[in-house]
Design a protein around this ligand. Structure first.
Ligand code: DON
Length: 630
């Protein structure tokens, strides 16, 4: 397989949908248009059937829509100039290329003999003079190698092997005296150094490459897709040069019609005298049209109409604004109502009820670029008037550019100076936000306090700090049995009876304390350390013994788990795993039941406490759902 062919092959046509129907109707309607003349100045081109007409649209995710003669081949002609210009930019860099070829529109025809005498270079790479200067820069040790390079460049864009039509090439070589004149004038003024014939040889061949309008659509879609061929997945041009190519296509691609084209149709485009046109809507689609009859500017009459109608019908003018920065903040939630999965003791919950508003969770969505990031940053700055801890949840952000990186870092520094904590959640070292992760790693000193894989752990970090601050020296992790809510209301004598049944238990980090499905014999009170309640589900966020686990809750000192066994005596409904060294009291369910037989009030009080806890938890869960839904 050729290097440029790649492995993805997503461009196959599937069953007809709305866009196919639209294109078919457009094709039928515009087929009636018979204005214009086929190019005859290259004799071989005059042989074409003037009625041929194909339309193709390729999306940046590799879907191809086509109508009419979309598989009919013709020569690419001047449309090639855009791709060769991209190639030399990538080979030599912007500055070096600018020394050879300018970027000024001429307002003249493609074969204008006008040259920029002041800068001593052709005006732009879309007119013949500029394209010849570009052709001189195509690399290769021999004429054959240079032709192979030229074909390779265009084949990468098309995603298949392209070839030169030798008949058209010979026809053009035999009659292209105006181009010859331009080349000799450039040699005369030092704009080119090689022999004009060697440059013309490659330039005429580049114009004589055979393509279909389906190829043109894919080539245009490759420009729309930041240089990656959307069908093969192969890079045809590094992303950094796409902007340069599209800019000159926009200002110069349609020659002395470029201004009106840009005004009315508004798509970077390039035409060829064989009747092909490409147009690019960055980030969306590439259009390829073929119809040989040309207008007085040398552009396909039907091709111009197709692009005009597509632009008007679907609002594709590139200066039409499709961005909406106002939706960047999806939701703002506060720590008095929305909590991490860390279970809290009543004292801790009381603190969060009181001061939880100091934690603000900002859910961000969409794409982060200057406009949206600026809006986000201003909103967070405002929230920081009251909130001390701000968690920026980026789970729904699919892209953040360098402007967004810069603004988020400035915000981080600004808020640090205001004694505020800015935390970023769902920023991972791989995936779409990997560049932001790298920038934050470089910039923010203590990553454990700034960059989090999940918003839950970021929230937990904030809650821990808020609780520690509010407890001001009191150790909320020290308690006696009488402090436990489950035993509230029991007399010292009752507690003594219970104490006799307690087993002290120690679990090391990573150890499974309770396993889903096991018989429930004990219920536990955590006295030291942290343990996490997990469900074994597909798509979870932790892995243990080859299975994925979803965190349901994390429990710390003073919290109980496994108490449901007292109610149903059944099996464990989830795993509980020690996050660190955990010290627990274990109460035997069987002993408690025996105690209950002898001292029924003890059992009744414990059950009543459990019911109260369950209903409180339910109420809190309802409040949280209300906050999340609101
Ligand atoms: O230079 C020429 O004459 C042709 N081989 C290419 C010209 C061309 O396609 C002009 N574009 N509309």
């Amino acid at each position: 397989m050729d290097a440029w062919a790649g492995e993805l092959q997503v461009g196959e046509e599937t069953s007809a949908g709305p866009v196919d129907h639209y294109l078919a109707a457009l094709h039928t309607r515009l087929k009636a248009l018979r204005d214009g003349q086929v190019a005859t100045y290259i004799p071989e081109l005059a042989k074409v059937d003037p009625d041929l007409f194909g339309i193709a649209v390729a999306t940046v995710d590799g879907k191809i829509y086509a109508a009419g003669d979309s598989e009919c081949t013709f020569t690419i002609q001047s449309t090639s100039k855009a791709f060769i210009y991209g190639y030399i930019l990538a080979e030599y860099g912007r500055e070096a290329v600018l020394k050879h070829i300018g970027v000024e529109p001429t307002g003249d025809a493609f074969n204008s003999i006008l040259l920029d005498e002041v800068e001593n270079r052709p005006f732009n790479p879309m007119v013949n003079s500029g394209a010849m200067a570009a052709a001189e820069l195509i690399k290769g040790d021999s004429p054959e190698a240079r032709i192979a390079t030229m074909l390779d460049v265009m084949s990468r864009f098309a995603g298949r092997s392209l070839f030169v039509d030798e008949d058209v090439f010979r026809s053009e070589q035999a009659t292209g005296h105006r181009n010859r004149a331009i080349a000799y004038m450039m040699l005369n003024s030092g704009m080119i150094r090689s022999s004009p014939e060697s440059i013309l040889d490659i330039y005429f061949r580049q114009c004589s490459v055979r393509v279909t309008c389906r190829d043109l659509a894919i080539m245009a879609a490759t420009l729309a897709n930041d240089g990656i061929n959307p069908v093969t997945g192969v890079e045809a041009l590094p992303r950094e040069y796409i902007q340069d190519v599209l800019t000159v296509m926009n200002s110069c691609g349609m020659y002395n019609f470029a201004g009106q084209w840009s005004y009315e149709i508004g798509m970077p485009a390039k035409s060829g005298v064989a009747g092909g046109i490409i147009a690019v809507i960055p980030g969306q689609i590439g259009i390829g049209v073929f119809s040989p009859r040309l207008d007085r500017h040398g552009h396909s009459v039907r091709g111009v109409r197709v692009c005009r109608e597509l632009s008007e019908t679907f609002g594709l003018h590139v200066f039409r604004n499709h961005t909406n920065t106002s939706a960047v903040v999806r939701r703002e939630l506060f720590g008095d109502l929305v909590h991490s999965k860390r279970q809290r003791t009543p004292e801790e919950l009381e603190i969060l009820d009181k001061v939880g508003k100091k934690i603000c969770l900002v859910e961000v969505q969409g794409s982060l670029f200057f406009g949206s990031a600026d809006r986000l940053v201003r909103r967070i700055d405002k929230l920081a008037d009251k909130a001390e801890y701000i968690v920026v949840d980026l789970r729904r952000v699919h892209d953040a550019d360098q402007a967004a990186h810069r603004l988020l870092i400035e915000l981080f520094d600004w808020l640090s100076a205001r004694n505020r904590h800015l935390l970023f959640a769902h920023v991972l070292p791989e995936g779409a936000l990997a560049p932001l992760h790298a920038v934050l790693c470089d910039h923010c000193g203590n990553l454990d306090e700034t960059v989090f894989a999940h918003r839950d752990t970021a929230l937990e970090w904030c809650e821990n700090h808020l609780i520690a601050d509010a407890a001001s020296g009191r150790d909320l992790t020290k308690f006696s049995l009488s402090d436990l809510r489950i035993f509230t209301g029991l007399s010292p004598a009752d507690l003594k009876i219970l104490e006799a049944t307690v087993q002290p238990l120690v679990f090391e980090a990573g150890q499974t304390i309770v396993r889903e499905g096991d018989e429930a014999r004990l219920f536990f009170v955590v006295t030291r350390g942290k343990a996490t309640v997990c469900l074994r589900l597909r798509g979870g966020d932790r892995e243990k013994d080859g299975e994925t686990l979803v965190r349901i809750a994390t429990l710390g000192p003073g919290l109980t788990f496994g108490e449901m066994a007292l109610l149903d005596g059944g099996h464990r409904s989830a795993d509980v795993i020690a996050d660190e060294r955990v010290v627990c009291y274990g109460f035997s369910v069987e002993h408690l039941r025996e105690i209950g037989n002898e001292h029924p009030h003890i059992f009744t009080i414990i059950l009543a406490n459990m019911m109260r806890d369950f209903s409180e938890r339910l109420r809190r869960a309802n409040d949280e759902i209300r906050a999340l839904e609101g």
